[in-house]
Design a protein around this ligand. Structure first.
Ligand SMILES: [Zn+2]
Length: 121
């Protein structure tokens, strides 16, 4: 969740979640802060469950658009495009082979789904 009180952002994560999930949550909430802070002022924005929401399937719904934006922000922060480009340029990477996906997920401390999403673009 994120809460902005008198201009000061407070991001809360569930300490029981896997560290990778906590990293994603913080990156996602930071995305809300950077992109939507005007809309968040003085209200608590709680993200209970992240959908795999990277593309905007319901663009008419404003909140979904915000979640898509926050997820994209998180993806770029945790797994920057220039690093993905570097990995792809210096390896023969087979998207259907899970081993390198695992390796990259460990290296960047993100989920395999995130690596897959970033590589597939
Ligand atoms: Zn959110």
């Amino acid at each position: 969740m994120i809460y902005i009180k008198e201009g000061i952002p407070i991001i809360g994560v569930n300490a029981l979640h896997h560290p990778n999930r906590q990293r994603f949550t913080i990156a996602h909430e930071l995305g809300h802060y950077m992109l939507h802070r005007d809309m968040l002022s003085n209200e608590v924005h709680v993200d209970k469950q992240f959908k795999i929401l990277m593309r905007n399937s319901k663009s008419s719904a404003g909140t979904d658009a915000m979640e898509v934006d926050a997820n994209k922000f998180a993806a770029e922060l945790l797994l920057p495009e220039f690093l993905i480009a570097d990995v792809l340029a210096h390896s023969t990477f087979d998207i259907d082979d899970p081993a390198p996906l695992d390796e990259l997920a460990k290296k960047f401390k993100v989920s395999k789904q995130m690596v897959e999403y970033r590589i597939r673009g």
